[in-house]
Design a binder for this molecule. Structure first.
Ligand SMILES: Cc1ncc(COP(=O)(O)O)c(C=O)c1O
Length: 276
């Protein structure tokens, strides 16, 4: 999307090898051409949620440097282990019409309304007007029906969000526990979202080949890490039911573990292990 508007995206990989960037990692990549910093926390694909201190620091840094700070908060309510959503405006000094803070959110994750493609941006009035000028001619026009449904979700009883959150936390626990039983998988426990981004390079350093193998042989869908700039990783979604998650993991294990039995049944379908 950055390239689409003629910008040059620059990724920031935390130097310490974790999924948590430090302010100095970002500072080092900011130059005189930098116009905006994009932060997505909780993060797709890693599931990492950045600390309150980090958010406070990045808000302060961008304000000082006159940079736009675009916060993609779409998973903000889907957080685990007692974490609370972080509101970056709590740390902004400039809440005037010149604020360069842009917060993005939508209905797709918190209300399980993926596919509705209804979201919003919170920013200063002039910036929103400019965004509307462009968006009005590009992607404007979500159907009235979907807009009504989104309004109902936002204004309706919010207990569904908590129940989704609890379900996802439980799913996460089951998925992580099962993945940790693999010999070769390095797992980072997600703090939020519904994704686990795990290092499968022990089995295959080529994540596209590995994802294709799992899809073809045991009908399990994962997203190759290379699509997110991290070769050797796979993104696994845990937004399904527990049964689907445990079944999916069992199949992956069967496909990857050379000591697995020769046969596996998926319903009536008999799979034969014809690879090493
Ligand atoms: C980080 C992030 N931001 C925004 C979106 C956009 O969601 P949607 O287009 O469903 O509103 C997604 C969806 O996958 C996402 O992962």
């Amino acid at each position: 999307m950055a390239k689409l508007i003629g910008a040059i995206p620059v990724s920031v990989l935390p130097e310490d090898g974790t999924f948590y960037p430090r302010l100095q990692d970002i500072e080092e990549r900011v130059g005189s051409y930098t116009r905006a910093v994009i932060i997505n926390s909780p993060n797709n694909p890693s599931g990492a949620m950045y600390s309150e201190q980090f958010i406070a620091d990045i808000v302060e840094f961008c304000e000082k440097r006159g940079l736009y700070l675009i916060m993609d908060d779409i998973y903000h309510r889907l957080v685990f282990d007692g974490r609370r959503p972080i509101n970056c405006y709590d740390y902004a000094k400039d809440l005037s019409e010149n604020s360069k803070l842009v917060v993005i959110n939508g209905v797709s994750k918190q209300y399980a309304m993926t596919g509705f493609r209804i979201g919003w941006a919170v920013a200063n009035k002039r910036l929103i007007e400019v965004m509307t000028n462009i968006q009005g001619h590009q992607t404007h026009g979500p159907s009235a029906l979907l807009q009504r449904a989104a309004i109902a979700a936002i204004n309706g009883v919010q207990s569904s969000v908590e129940s989704l959150r609890v379900t996802l936390e439980n799913n996460r626990n089951v998925l992580v526990e099962r993945l940790e039983s693999f010999d070769g998988v390095k797992v980072h426990k997600p703090d939020g979202t519904f994704y686990c981004f795990a290092d499968f390079s022990y089995y295959d350093k080529d994540s596209t080949r590995l994802a294709n193998h799992l899809l073809k042989k045991v009908l399990v869908v994962t997203v190759p890490g290379v699509e997110f700039g991290m070769e050797g990783y796979l993104r696994i979604s845990f937004c399904g039911g527990i049964k689907d998650i445990t079944e999916g993991i069992e199949r992956m294990k069967w496909a990857l573990d050379p000591n697995s039995p020769n046969e596996l049944y998926i319903g009536d379908r008999k799979l034969i292990r014809d690879w090493t």
